[in-house]
Design a protein around this ligand. Structure first.
Ligand code: ADP
Ligand code: MG
Length: 320
């Protein structure tokens, strides 16, 4: 490596961020953090491995953005306010161009959310990017998966299936539509303000990394409930609608990487949704029910088998 390990850290990752909850950041054996009194610390970590989660040659600026975004999405799904991150980088070489672009993407999103990078680890090996993010919320206010109750409405933010369609775009798609899909795949916007606003409103929440089929399934399993999803209500881009119009619902139901929020709330709180932060639409897509299992009702009224995660949440519902 032309750059020493410490030169690399100083040049690309040691950035001052004014936060009064950091007593000591990069440069010692550990960071010292001071969560505000009366708050709980929410901590999450995600790893992206070259060849598994991204391709060799993928835009490093987008990788920096996405690595932080997927973690902030987890914090958003808890209703936490992001505060800091640590970064474990394993790289085959100290490629300055790659590091410049990667750190630009990472710090641009970090600045949007006032997240400070307070430490990390740098090693040589097959390219593997790990980021741990931490945030805070008033004790007892976290949006957990287990709180959904029969009768609650089920909501999602944004649109579903675009990121998955970007991996296999239809031939002849207009350039601007293709670009919009690729942005959804490579530059997800974590719904941090929405998650924070849902504290005290939503009964359960999760972020959609594996598709609503599987991820809503986690809420239902944790809550001991089932649900009906009305497919006609799913918020879809024109490009995804073109697929579902042909009867194929796999993109919005089982496509991954949307990083939208899925949450539940009782009917009497539905009016509170009008006070949510602008910036992303939320759409009611179904209802939590006491009977376990997920029932997907197609626009023509048929019950659709969505495949993928579908079997997973029919486990234990007694009728196979
Ligand atoms: P140690 O040997 O105590 O683990 P390191 O030599 O790995 O410390 O790191 C020195 C300092 O730089 C530590 O404060 C560590 O948190 C920080 N650091 C290392 N790699 C990174 C990175 N990729 N991004 C941010 N901080 C880093
Ligand atoms: Mg170390």
């Amino acid at each position: 490596m032309a750059l020493s390990e410490f030169g690399l850290i100083a040049r690309f990752f040691d950035r001052e961020v004014a936060r009064d909850d950091i007593a000591l950041g990069i440069g010692d054996d550990a960071a010292l953090l001071a969560p505000p009194a009366g708050h709980q610390l929410a901590v999450t970590v995600d790893t992206m491995v070259e060849g598994i989660h991204f391709r060799a040659g993928d835009d490093p600026e987008a990788l920096g953005h996405k690595l932080l975004a997927v973690n902030l999405s987890d914090l958003a799904a808890m209703g936490a306010e992001p505060a800091w991150a640590t970064l474990a980088l394993t790289l085959p070489e100290a490629d300055e161009g790659w590091l410049t672009a990667f750190s630009r993407g990472l710090f641009a999103l970090a600045a949007d959310h006032q997240v400070a990078l307070v430490g990390g680890d740098t090693t040589r090996g097959p390219r593997t990017l790990t980021l741990q993010a931490g945030g805070y919320l008033p004790a007892g206010t976290a949006l957990c998966r287990a709180g959904a109750r029969a009768g609650d409405g089920i909501y999602v933010s944004g649109t579903l299936g675009d990121a998955a369609l970007a991996l296999d775009p239809p031939a002849g798609l207009a350039a601007d539509q293709l670009e919009a899909l690729l942005i959804r795949l490579h530059r997800p916007e974590p719904r941090v303000a929405l998650g924070r606003a849902l504290r005290g409103v939503a009964t359960a929440a999760i972020d959609l990394s594996d598709g609503i089929n599987a991820d809503l399934g986690h809420i239902l399993a944790a809550s001991g409930a089932g649900a009906t999803l009305e497919l006609a209500r799913l918020p879809l881009s024109a490009a995804v609608s073109a697929r579902t119009a042909a009867g194929d619902w796999r993109l919005p139901l089982s496509g991954g990487d949307d990083y939208e929020l899925c949450f539940t709330l009782p009917a009497e709180r539905a009016a509170m949704l009008s006070a949510l932060p602008a910036g992303v639409a939320v759409t009611r897509v179904g209802t939590v029910e006491a009977a376990t299992g997920l029932r997907c009702i197609a626009p023509d009224g048929r019950v659709v088998d969505a495949g993928g995660g579908y079997q997973h949440f029919r486990e234990g519902d007694g009728d196979g």
